[in-house]
Design a protein around this ligand. Sequence first.
Ligand code: UT7
Length: 331
Amino acid sequence: MAATGIRTVIAGTGSYLPEKVITNFDLEKMVDTTDEWILSRTGIRERHMAAPEQATSDLATEAGRGALEMAGVDPADLDLIIVATLTPDHYFPSTAGFVQRNIGAMKAAAFDLEAACTGFIYALTIGDLFIRSGTYSKVLVIGAEVLTRFLNWEDRETCVLFGDGAGAAVLVPGSDGKKGIISTHLHSDGSMAELLYAPAGVSRMPITKEAIDQKLNTVKMRGNEVFKVAVTRLSEVVDEVIQANGLGEDDIDFLVPHQANLRIIQATARKLKLPMEKVIVTVDVHGNTSAASVPLALDVAVRSGRIKEGDQVLLEAFGGGLTWGAAFVRW
Ligand code: UT7
């Protein structure tokens, strides 16, 4: 908890989406699927795909620049950069280091964090702790993914779901003690790791010709099982936020959920008794961008003027690990 009494404020948000758009109709030409199936089961119409020369750090850099500009923070003054990603540029060194180099934040410490789709909530939590402890005063947290490079484009059960993108937030100490991150809640259940994972590519099963031939370096998901756990765990974590902060029915102005599936989002909204007008939905145009999904949706909502000063905003995510978490923020 806050030893200093400081509260962490999100001073700026940013996001970046690669130019190329893949529609459901494009996918109809690639695998045995239909726009009708994808839209009715997931809510997704289209997703973005990085250009061949773009790596995760390139997307992260653009999102980070946007957030720094909104916050009015000079990159040279940053103390820390955290990039949440499951699709790093390399397995080492960190993607955050490339972002640091690109933006010229040479005073900052930099590292990556892997908590799959919940990565941004984890990164926000760590950034918040560094600010509240008084250790750092300017932290850049980013969620960024180039997932389309890790998909099996012959597997209709996964390739229709994911997209590329990046979202970012700049964290600083607040001055009024009211605005800012009020609580964060993190969870993990490693016993279900293989419901959503990439079997090969690193130490458990290094890259071999056989592994590549069997596409074991791509995302595998037991979608229906993940769906059920997601609905239950997200319901529990939003309850936790309500209990921790003593919230009543009208205390949440906006829900910014992980954008994996519109049906999961609707289930969480129902649980919170929130009308869909108070839910930020971008899954239709972004698809599932894993760690980028929540900060991308947040930036869209902030820049469009939907989320305004004084609004109380609940962020939540669920994903591989399995991991899940939430953050409650007063804007
Ligand atoms: O972000 C990290 C966390 N991830 C999630 O939260 C994702 C959670 N899971 C989901 O969103 C959903 O489970 C999916 C969208 C992945 C799948 O939806 P579902 O309603 O659970 O479908 P299902 O897996 O039970 O499959 C139903 C049918 C199957 O056919 P049969 O066995 O009933 O004949 C699938 O083969 O739909 C078939 N199917 C497809 N058909 C057309 C699966 N993918 C497709 C497809 N196009 N792309």
